[in-house]
Design a protein around this ligand. Sequence first.
Ligand SMILES: Cc1ncc(COP(=O)(O)O)c(C=O)c1O
Length: 400
Amino acid sequence: MTFLSATLSRVKPSPTIAVTTKAAELKAAGRDVIGLGAGEPDFDTPQNIKDAAVAAIAAGKTKYTAVDGIPELKAAICAKLKRDNGLDYAPNQVSVGTGGKQILYNALMATLNPGDEVVIPAPYWVSYPDMVLLAGGEPVIAAASLETNFKLTPEQLEAAITPKTKWLIFNSPSNPTGAGYSREELKALTDVLMRHPHVWVMTDDMYEHLAYDDFEFCTPAEVEPALYERTLTCNGVSKAYAMTGWRIGYAAGPVEVIAAMRKIQSQSTSNPCSVSQWAAIEALNGPQNFLPANNEVFKRRRDLVVSMLSDIDGVTCPVPEGAFYVYPSISGLIGKTTPNGTVIENDEAFATALLEEADVAVVFGAAFGLSPNFRVSYATSDEALKTACTRIQKFCASLT
Ligand SMILES: Cc1ncc(COP(=O)(O)O)c(C=O)c1O
């Protein structure tokens, strides 16, 4: 009998963190590995945000705060949700946590009972199914396909809903595909939810500001105001403001759920870092003009990666609307053999061989629930991306 909790046997460690760790180990051992696995911008946190943090430290804002966020940050979040999303929330409808990850985890812990189902469109962010399992619920995977650019259709959503469904977790633009739902596509999904009043929607808007070309971000409660009472709108400052290390995420929704999330946080981590909260206020209230500038860079990198990967025989790479990922299909490479004699049986074998034989780290599609694919994060320099894509091209050309 193991000393460990039985709940832990239901979950696995994060595969994206595992790839990043493996790439770092190989690099430390002297290999010239290019890592395209990490989900964080390579930009520095803007100076005005750092300055706000330094000023907070100097002013002694270094003590415990209210468990789920200081009033000033809650006010900034309410203003942001009104400004960007047209949503009215009061401060007692807002919860601030240690990153988007804790917010989603708290929300699931606060609402799931054993046997409750959570619909998760695949490809999905790796943590959703495991968080649902940790909270005692049952993930129900609704698989989208390459043909719809990895977006769930209303029929697929309808088929996944049962009387036990509690939540749909919705993420647009998506990690790992970068797919962003247009207003019409999202409306088709919210129409399904309107027919099932027992289903709530947890929307993960983490990549809201990372959108390219003429894509216009929208969020479920904005598209279907009648869903407001059963929507938890989750977001954070990690990706758009290059603040992954500061650990600030937030949610807005019905008071009862927010209060339950606060209860969990009060008995686990207490408040998110006080200094980070003051930095997040500056992120949300301060100048936003670096966002379009960063997006120009991300868009250029996206176009570079899509074009170089699309040139490969056996690889299909849709053009994503946002985030900083592409999710090419390798269905044309399955069954081939690498120069070292490894048979590419699936996307995990592909990613392992690519790392071992071509020194490029990517995450295999099975980790995100849709195969055979791999995820490239293009949040790294143009030069590294060019070199990495050239290596991928050569590796794929060497397969027989
Ligand atoms: C879709 C999605 N949601 C949430 C998170 C978590 O963000 P945070 O770093 O704020 O915890 C991530 C981070 O990778 C993500 O990709």
